[in-house]
Ligand binder design. Structure first.
Ligand SMILES: *Cc1c(COP(=O)(O)O)cnc(C)c1O
Length: 377
């Protein structure tokens, strides 16, 4: 286990490390509070979607806070979970899997749950796992929701007829079965989960198959600065009501797979200003690094100044932020309000970068953010 450096505050990170490289700050208390909310409000099992932030310190903090189940999408993710946390359960929730990965997940890591959304993928799973000690989870397509930033049903999920066929085929082959959907990431509408669960009900009635797991996926939003999203409790109330309406036996497990909402607020980023040109600030991190998601989405992150040396407060001004690579696309969309005297050597703390940040970062031009420290007790 790598040693974790702990600091009293983000200011202390800047003062003590004076980092010329980007540093992720893990806010443990924030993470624990969010996990507690999920575990107390969700009436079932909470699987953390590893792809969202697979940093070992983040995974350890999640497990310490009570997460024991993981939504994984590849053999490396399964291996990371299984080898770091022998007590944890990994679920293979990608609808398109490598044959060897299916076999290894089953034989080496004892994974029981496999998602499918097509008959050919079910055939792969059944032929690679002949002992049938598994649960086939059928992924349904959901209707696109205007309040969702990413629509995942444009790529994955099957319609009702195919789902009925897959459930019957898996059940006839001797497998446990389940039904899952994913409303899309940063979903602004709790009702999208009701629509998904009603669809699950239709599929179950049409198939006559008794499932062992119903999985409402991820998609729960984080409160980015330009996003006004309903509270988590509103989502959980809708899920509770819509699930109750399915009147399934108590032996059925309800599951969810949050990524973003569990970790987005738990990490901030300390980036340094390398050069100021008027209202343009050139930073040591950008859209090929931690801020990749800013480029393709409308999400906006909170940014504040941490001065290299104490100075009298200056009037605020609007700045544009540029990343460190040579690519002219490496600009953070939008303008950012900061004290007007920000200059080379100062740091910016970018908040809410726990989700899809280090997970998406590339090594383009030799820049790669990987240092993480912990803030607080
Ligand atoms: C990405 C993904 C998640 C996590 O989604 P968030 O929007 O980050 O909550 C959960 N389940 C599946 C199948 C995914 O692909």
């Amino acid at each position: 286990m790598t040693e974790q450096r702990k600091f009293a505050s983000v200011e202390a990170v800047a003062a003590e490390l004076a980092p010329s490289y980007p540093v992720y700050c893990l806010h443990g208390a924030r993470l624990r509070a969010t996990v507690r909310d999920f575990l107390t409000l969700f009436p079932g099992r909470v699987l953390y979607a590893v792809k969202c932030n697979p940093h070992p310190q983040v995974l350890r903090a999640l497990v310490a806070a009570g997460i024991a189940d993981f939504d994984t999408a590849s053999l490396p993710e399964i291996a990371q979970v299984a080898e770091t946390f022998p007590e944890a359960r990994a679920y293979f929730m990608h609808p398109v899997k490598n044959r060897a990965a299916i076999k290894m997940a089953h034989l080496a890591y004892r994974v029981r749950h496999y998602v499918v959304d097509h008959a050919a993928e079910l055939d792969k799973v059944l032929s690679e796992i002949p002992d049938r000690n598994l649960c086939v989870v059928v992924r349904l397509k959901t209707a696109p929701d205007a309040a969702t930033v990413y629509d995942l049903s444009s790529k994955f999920g099957c319609d009702l007829d195919e789902a009925v066929h897959l459930l019957r085929a898996a059940s006839n082959a001797g497998c446990d079965t389940g039904v899952a959907f994913h409303v899309g990431s940063q979903c602004g509408s709790p009702e999208a989960y009701r629509a998904g669960l009603m669809r699950v009900g239709e599929v179950l009635r049409a198939s006559g198959v008794a499932p062992t797991v119903i999985d409402v996926g991820g998609g729960f939003p984080a409160p980015y600065t330009n996003a006004s999203v309903p509270p988590l409790a509103a989502y959980m109330q809708v899920i509770r009501d819509a699930y109750a309406a399915l009147t399934l036996p108590a032996t059925v497990t309800l599951a969810c797979e949050p990524g973003r909402a569990l970790v987005a607020e738990a990490v901030s980023l300390v980036a340094q200003v390398l050069l100021r040109k008027g209202d343009r600030l050139y930073l040591n991190d950008g859209i090929y690094g931690s801020l990749a998601e800013m480029y393709q989405s409308r999400l906006r992150l909170p940014v504040r100044l941490i001065r290299k040396a104490p100075r009298a407060a200056a009037a605020i001004a609007e700045f544009r932020l540029f990343g460190p690579t040579c690519d002219s696309l490496d600009v953070i969309p939008g303008t950012f309000t900061l004290p007007g005297d920000v200059d080379e050597g100062d740091w910016l703390e970018v908040g809410m970068v726990g989700a899809y940040s280090n997970a998406l970062a590339s090594r383009f031009n030799g820049f790669y953010p990987e240092t993480m420290v912990e803030i607080g007790d």
